[in-house]
Design a protein around this ligand. Structure first.
Ligand code: FMN
Length: 174
């Protein structure tokens, strides 16, 4: 049984690309990866570590269940799931050039949802090396998880993933 689960949304773009890079860095035999809409939530308790990935796509109300972001549905369905004994880390995709006032906001929503379930986010990531003016996903010089801008800094994605996983492996012991 693998002890780490990586859940992501959406499939087919940069989030999935980053998810694959993260799994490869951890070692594919050590982590199960699934898009969040396909995952059978009755299996959640089989895992000790969770890595959750999303992109900020600018919805006014990110949690509007009518949009096609499947994280919304997942969070509604798992509202009673207790994360206090689990380790959770988040990664978020964004574009700091086009959206400097909302860069990787989704990391903030992830934090909020994890904390509602008595969990906390591991793998905070320094916000130096990015240019943005505001983010729901950052405070005091740190993002709440790994921030990736694969639109404007694709060359940095592999190195960022590598050092984030190095850092996380101390906490999550993959
Ligand atoms: C309609 C739209 C709105 C976006 N809004 C934001 C935003 O508010 N903040 C941000 O950091 N990135 C924003 N982005 C950039 C995406 O998060 C980025 O391109 C990401 O890599 C997309 O991941 P995907 O290919 O998996 O969908 C937006 C992209 C689109 C297409």
């Amino acid at each position: 049984m693998k002890k780490t689960l990586l859940l992501y949304w959406a499939p087919g773009g940069n989030v999935e690309l980053a998810a694959r890079a993260i799994c490869e860095e951890i070692g594919t035999g050590k982590v199960e990866m699934c898009d969040v809409a396909s995952f059978d939530i009755t299996r959640l308790d089989d895992f000790e570590n969770f890595i959750i990935g999303s992109a900020t796509v600018g919805a006014e109300d990110w949690r509007d269940t009518r949009d096609d972001n499947k994280w919304n549905e997942f969070f509604v369905k798992t509202s009673g799931f207790d994360l206090s004994a689990k380790k959770v880390a988040a990664f978020g995709l964004g574009n700091q050039i086009l959206y400097p006032e909302h860069f990787v906001d989704s990391l903030g929503y992830m934090k909020e949802e994890v904390e509602k379930r008595n969990g906390k986010l591991y793998g905070l990531w320094p916000s130096s090396g990015y240019k943005f003016s505001d983010s729901e996903g950052a405070t005091d010089g740190y993002f709440f998880g790994l921030a990736l801008d694969h639109d404007t800094q694709p060359e940095l994605t592999p190195v960022r993933v590598k050092s984030w996983i190095e850092m996380l492996s101390k906490k999550m012991a993959f």
